[in-house]
Design a protein around this ligand. Sequence first.
Ligand SMILES: [Zn+2]
Length: 369
Amino acid sequence: MFVANDQDKSVLAADAHHKITYTCPGCGQSVILRQGQMRLSHFAHHAGADCHLFSEGETKAHLAGKTRIFNWCRQNHLAVKLEAYLPRLKQRPDILVYWHHHWTAIEFQCSPISFEKLVERTQGYRTHGYKVWWILGPTYLAHKLTLEKVSKFAYFQKSLSLFVSFYDPQNDQFLIRHHITQDLFGKLKWQDYVFNPSKKAFTELFHQGGKQKPNFKQDSYREAVLLQHQLLGRYSDARLKRVQFICYTHHLNLAGCPWIVHDQNFKLPTGKKIPLEVKIEFLLKLQLWQKQFVSYSLLATWYREVTEGNPFQLANVTRPQLNIELNFQQFVQNLLSDHVLKTVQKQYQIMVLPRWYTDITQKLRHFPD
Ligand SMILES: [Zn+2]
């Protein structure tokens, strides 16, 4: 940590003196001052100290990142506080900055954190009127992005869709991993945007709609072939087997599933229940109601039933079930443009159901142009 107390005063480690005993603003225990030419001046707890505010070991990257972000804010004349202790919340964000009419707590996260802990901290900030921005450090960059990390650290914004933020203090670069979604088989995909911090870059990114357009190429033909390969593969995925089983019970062959399944994938991840399963199950529901008129809300209910038991939460997205809503809207759009659904007044009529093929050969022969 960079800030400790001398009696009632907060003191920066860089301005501290070795002869004085400083205490931790969180737990009140005395702390050690570390100064040297080779490292950033900072305070540390004695070994074995039990402190709820500084439980994470502060790595070099964590200290360096905090300093750089803090200095950047100061240079840009933003109101900013380093490690400000918020007594009402009993929390201490790495950085607190006033940006576009809001106090925002920046957490530069370098160590692992549980979902529960993260939600607790995020809620704490929010209920007291602070925004919170989790930025991930180099350790996170070095590891694969997983669904679990997305559910902890992702934010949603129209222009970026679902995104996770990273910062590497060593080369002073931000990386925004945006338009995060899953392909048909549940594999995460995204787009990267790298930039050096500047006021213009942040304003563009968060307040002017951004310029980041998704440009995923959708190759339905290849995907259909890939599905066939995966089904035949020796290491066939358990999730895929489950979908295959559902199809069997309906006397259908998953490899011959309708082309509409390969229409552009969902905007947001569906979670552990992969997009393929969600789409197939929803189509099977429609099958029972051929030629009938249904309301939008009934369709939505069916969709919700299909995604039930698939808790994919986004800790930093305030609108609950945003992912379910957006994916549903998109799927209805696909069904409308493929004439599976038709709007009649305020109702939806279920028209000709998309065709299932007996096998992949027959399916490929009917590849739509
Ligand atoms: Zn402490």
